[in-house]
Design a protein around this ligand. Structure first.
Ligand code: PGA
Length: 233
């Protein structure tokens, strides 16, 4: 399983160094991908964990004050990058077109994108979520080659589930994962949104999930270790 750890906008230099020491003690056979803040990328020194980022620029290196280009990420051995997280779609007004440009920058620099898709509570209630999710995927991937589509990782994150403690029923997750598989049959699919060491026993019964994108849990090493143990037993 792929376990991507989204630290979001957390951990200063010193707290990240302490966190990383604790993370080094985790035992698992799953593939961990740590996505720290940009400021902590250069401090990364773990051997059994892959390095990811949380965002990238739509542009190449150049006159783009405040941006971080995919070439710069690659030079820090970043191998994965989250794109289209709902927090960025909402607060930074990222469009599917922006996300497509970021994905193409990542592939140009040999970084695997983790594309986040998911519906709001309103979209779930008014039943527009299948169309919303299809559009998010189709518009973000339309210029990709077949091998790039295979390599792309999708994270299904219902917005109403992120950081709320609420998770969908397995049947609801399955319905969306089936929609995604119909568009991208080869892509790995992660589930994200309040996944933790208490609900993993239920979530792991859901077929088609290839891994998890963990936000809050990524910062709680003891609970993360419990989560990983339950996932394999
Ligand atoms: P959460 O966040 O696990 O804290 O709900 C997941 C995410 O936003 O990637």
């Amino acid at each position: 399983m792929i376990i991507a750890l989204n630290n979001k906008c957390n951990l200063t230099k010193d707290t990240f160094l302490a966190y990383q020491e604790d993370l080094a003690k985790i035992t698992t056979t799953d593939h961990l991908i740590l996505c720290p803040s940009f400021t902590n990328l250069a401090l990364f020194n773990l051997t059994n964990v892959s390095l990811g980022a949380q965002n990238t620029s739509i542009d190449d290196q150049g006159a783009h004050t405040g941006e971080i280009a995919a070439q710069q990420l690659a030079s820090f051995t970043v191998k994965y990058c989250i794109v289209g997280h709902s927090e960025r779609r909402t607060t930074q007004h990222e469009t599917n077109e922006d996300i497509a440009a970021k994905i193409s920058q990542l592939f140009k620099n040999d970084i695997t994108p983790i594309l986040c898709v998911g519906e709001s509570l309103e979209q779930r209630q008014n039943k527009s979520y299948p169309e919303i999710i299809k559009t998010e995927i189709i518009e973000a991937t339309k210029s990709l080659t077949p091998p790039e589509k295979e390599r792309l990782i999708i994270a299904y994150e219902p917005i109403w589930s992120i950081g709320t403690g609420l998770i969908p029923q397995n049947s609801e997750i399955m319905e969306v994962l089936t929609i995604i598989k119909n568009i991208l049959p080869q892509s790995k699919i992660l589930y994200g949104g309040s996944a933790n060491d208490e609900n993993i026993d239920t979530l792991k019964e859901c077929p088609l999930i290839d891994g998890y994108l963990l936000g809050g849990l990524s910062l709680k090493i003891d609970n993360l270790q419990k989560f990983l143990k339950k996932l394999t037993h």
